[in-house]
Write a protein of this length. Structure first.
Length: 477
């Protein structure tokens, strides 16, 4: 006869996961890890008690969600919360198999030995391992009005779908993306090499940043492109020596072979894997469903669904195009796609260097990733018969171009701005005065005809967008 897990073992496991009940602080291993800049955006959602909502922390695998939760525990304790009333339970542990969230909550309260009925802070990590978690969580929020519930999970597509469907008015979603270049610099303790500058930009003076040590910044930018999306990787030379083993097996394969098939019922994972590999190899390139279908021998409708799945899993991002007048196309026959994390490419193939043939497209990918973190905003790209502009910002209401960016990993155009014919044509037709062109390490304003072209190193521009994104999110809280 098979024996069930003893109730005492469950209580002991819960006590083991909550050492702060005894000594009042988290383990040193987590305390030593620097906090992501996103932590300051996440924290207020937990401290908000007037609005009765659970917080759903979601994001791709290995971006630091669990570490952020431990940092949260430490912050709560430092701000006067009773350590014994902070409960942390990792749902993926087999010992909790088939136990409801409410029962786990009851078990945890018993494990503490406290009799208080209210004001608990309960964290459920890796929530996707509990079937129907969103129904369980909604019930907890409705039943325990004086307690705060936080959950996290790595199956981002499934979490977002379930949260949207079942958690309306009860859940607040928080997406933790891969590291921005700004966060990379912060975590590495390199803020000393950053300096602010003010640039005239389309009629305004905007906050930009560059470096007093551009060679050093560029070295780190290259490391960011190869390894920088994951906090754990940027501090581990062992993982950097073999990114394929860590990132591919632990992140990409689990999403492609387990998360997405289980969510969407995908039977042929080879097709999905082949499509993702093709996109990753050509990140920053222009695609069409017809071309992808011909190349892969997979029907267009199937490919369209696969792309939607990969976007839902935060592996790729599709970008739409406008013409030379900044107008949308009626039919989206062509589109660009980017990896949501440039280091995924080095894991699938190999790390690149500053002179690699793919460095240009990966610099463009890294810059797009910084923009991707903006809520409700994604750059477009412009392409017409004889020209292209890499990234274009459109006004939300008038849908007219308000800025243009040409991404280059070269100093050539600083001395030869007349070669930027497509950029000039686009700006001239759309009354743009100060486009930006990235370089390797040249910076300054160059006037060409009626254009005041702002040249900025690609690494500086990537840092600027990432930093301003964080600042914008802070101001909106």
């Amino acid at each position: 006869m098979l024996r069930k897990v003893a109730y005492k073992q469950i209580l002991n496991r819960i006590r083991f996961e909550n050492p702060w009940w005894i000594d009042g602080h988290i383990e040193d291993d987590f305390n030593k890890m620097p906090r992501r800049l996103y932590f300051e955006l996440f924290k207020p959602l937990v401290y908000e008690r007037d609005i009765r909502r659970a917080v759903v922390l979601m994001g791709p695998r290995r971006v630091g969600k669990t570490v952020m939760l431990y940092h949260l525990v430490e912050d709560l304790i430092q701000n006067g919360e009773n350590p014994q009333k902070i409960i942390f339970i990792t749902i993926e542990n087999p010992i909790y198999n088939n136990i409801s969230l409410e029962q786990l909550f009851t078990n945890a309260k018993e494990a503490t030995g406290l009799e208080d009925a209210n004001d608990w802070i309960v964290i459920f990590d890796e929530i996707q391992y509990l079937r129907g978690w969103e129904i369980h969580l909604k019930s907890l929020v409705d039943s325990y009005r004086n307690d705060k519930f936080i959950v996290s999970g790595s199956a981002a597509a499934a979490l977002k779908f379930a949260s949207t469907e079942s958690g309306a008015g009860r859940f607040t979603d928080f997406l933790l993306p891969p590291l921005t270049f700004n966060e990379y610099i912060s975590l590495k303790g390199l803020d000393r090499i950053i300096k602010p500058i003010n640039l005239p930009w389309e009629g305004n003076v905007a906050n930009f940043y560059t470096s007093s040590h551009l060679d050093e910044l560029n070295r780190h930018f290259l490391d960011y492109i190869n390894f920088g999306g994951y906090p754990e990787v940027i501090f581990s030379t062992t993982i950097q020596d073999n990114p394929g083993r860590y990132i591919r097996q632990d992140i990409i394969d689990k999403v492609l072979l387990r998360d997405l098939p289980s969510l969407y019922g995908i039977s042929d994972t080879r097709e999905l894997n082949s499509l993702f590999t093709t996109i990753a190899f050509n990140s920053g390139g222009e695609f069409s469903l017809e071309a992808l279908s011909r190349q892969s021998q997979v029907p267009k409708n199937t490919i369209k669904k696969y792309i939607e799945y990969l976007e839902a899993a935060y592996l790729v991002k599709r970008v739409r195009r406008v013409d030379q007048s900044g107008k949308k196309f009626k039919r989206d026959n062509f589109f660009k796609m980017y990896l949501t994390n440039p280091s995924l490419r080095s894991a699938l193939f190999s790390p690149i260097n500053a002179t690699d043939e793919f460095i240009g497209s990966m610099v463009e990918t890294a810059i797009f990733v910084q923009w991707m973190h903006r809520d409700m905003f994604t750059p477009w790209y412009a392409r017409w018969k004889n020209g292209e502009v890499d990234m274009v910002g459109l006004n939300d209401t008038k849908l007219k171009p308000i800025w243009a960016l040409e991404v280059k990993w070269s100093n050539r155009y600083f001395d030869k701005p007349y070669e930027l014919k497509s950029l000039y044509k686009f700006c001239n037709e759309n009354n743009l005065e100060s486009p930006i062109v990235t370089t390797i390490d040249k910076e300054g304003e160059v006037i060409y005809k009626n254009l005041k072209i702002q040249f900025l190193p690609a690494a500086s521009y990537a840092y600027t967008v990432g930093r301003n994104t964080i600042e914008q999110k802070k101001s909106e809280r």
